[in-house]
Ligand binder design. Structure first.
Ligand code: NAP
Length: 336
């Protein structure tokens, strides 16, 4: 079987895909025909800057895919030819808390990823695609969707809670969807009034423009009558963590999932964390069971991910460039 694949030898801009033999299928593996992928910030760090840890070369990048099973290897019982599936981000992390082994062998980082038409993967990492989703929509779930799903769980999002969600990128709009499914009140922040308006149409109850109100924890305090938010999904990192801490109620939770605003925080208010008894938890995507749980919830609620723009396979670099403009609302996808 041939695969048309982007193969990179070192960090830099993507050039053009090449046609080569797909890797051989072994026992316990399946051959997938990939129909779509989506761009994640980590793909930029992996492909263009090479900043991710433990990258090995040459490599087919990207972790996300929606795919169809076209061949099954010996011993495969959980999927059949023709099934629509999503490969889990961490193919070795089945459930529970992560281990070093569970966080290894990420598609696109240490083993070949999804920016190609065909790939062999372990059948154990596959999760059924929610039937109502298109391939483009399903290809957004594996990284951003699962990250938001687990972050909401780690931040103990519950009915009646007030949850602050930062920004309107891929992770954030999934978090908005999952927090509304859970019966929470959502405070959405963005640098753009137009994006906040779109966020309200998706269910955000309150909105704050963090560009106009840099000390946005005061606005959260007003919205919550001085109590503070029960949970904050922090995607900003360096320049948002201080505001997240000041936004939280006594006993509140902060899920730390991103660093779009910076990697380190000079003004981190550690005394406030202590005084408010805040729980801060880091979270990296999620397990195979998290992915399956999320897909079931998406199926029950007939939830549809927000896709900002779809690029053809030959324009993968343009898709990465589009993500970096931060002009997008939701996910940036690629079809093949
Ligand atoms: N922990 C994990 O496993 C995991 C998994 C996936 C992603 N991530 C990380 O999570 C972050 C978001 O990923 P993504 O895929 O959602 O990225 P994305 O689609 O590129 O979205 C980024 C969004 O962040 C918002 N933003 C930027 N600076 C901000 C600030 N100072 N305050 C609040 N919001 C700000 C912007 O929203 P507006 O345009 O509305 O202002 C922007 O659109 C990245 O750092 C990524 O590396 C982590």
């Amino acid at each position: 079987m041939q695969s048309v694949a982007y193969v990179i030898d070192k960090p830099g801009r993507l050039s053009k895909p090449i046609t080569r033999a797909a890797a051989g299928r072994r026992a316990g593996e399946v051959l997938l025909r990939i129909h779509a992928t989506s761009v994640n910030y980590k793909d930029y760090l992996g492909v263009v800057t090479g900043e991710l840890p433990d990258l090995t070369w040459p490599r087919v990048p990207f972790a996300d895919a929606s795919a169809e099973v076209v061949e099954v290897g010996d011993g495969v019982a959980n999927v059949s030819i023709g099934d629509r599936v999503i490969p889990s981000f961490f193919p070795k992390w089945q459930a529970g808390d992560p281990t070093a082994d569970g966080l290894s062998l990420i598609h696109g980082d240490q083993v070949d990823g999804m920016l190609q038409t065909h790939v062999c993967v372990s059948s154990a990492c596959l999760v059924p695609t929610p039937a109502h989703l298109s391939d483009v929509e399903a290809a957004t779930l594996g990284c951003a969707g699962v990250t938001a799903w687990r972050a909401c769980s780690k931040a103990s999002v519950k009915p009646g809670h007030t949850v602050v969600i930062q920004g309107t990128g891929g992770v954030s709009l999934f978090a908005l969807g999952f927090a509304k499914m859970a019966g929470a009140t959502v405070v959405l922040t963005s640098s753009s009034d137009a994006k906040l308006e779109r966020g309200r149409a998706l269910g955000a109850d309150h909105t704050i423009n963090y560009g106009r109100i840099p000390e946005w924890s005061t606005a959260v305090s007003d919205i919550t009558d001085g109590r503070g938010a029960d949970a904050i999904i922090d995607v900003g990192g360096g320049h948002t963590l201080a505001q997240s801490v000041r936004s939280a109620r006594i006993g509140g939770h902060i899920a730390c999932v991103g660093f779009v605003s910076g990697r380190e925080s000079a003004e981190f208010p550690n005394v406030v964390v202590m005084a408010k008894n805040i729980t801060m938890v880091g979270s990296t995507v999620g397990s195979i069971d998290d992915t399956a749980d999320m897909c079931r919830a998406i199926d029950v609620h007939k939830f549809r991910p927000s896709v900002d723009r779809v690029f053809p396979f030959g324009e993968a670099q343009e898709a990465v460039d589009h993500l970096l403009t931060q002009g997008h609302f939701g996910k940036v996808s690629i079809t093949m």
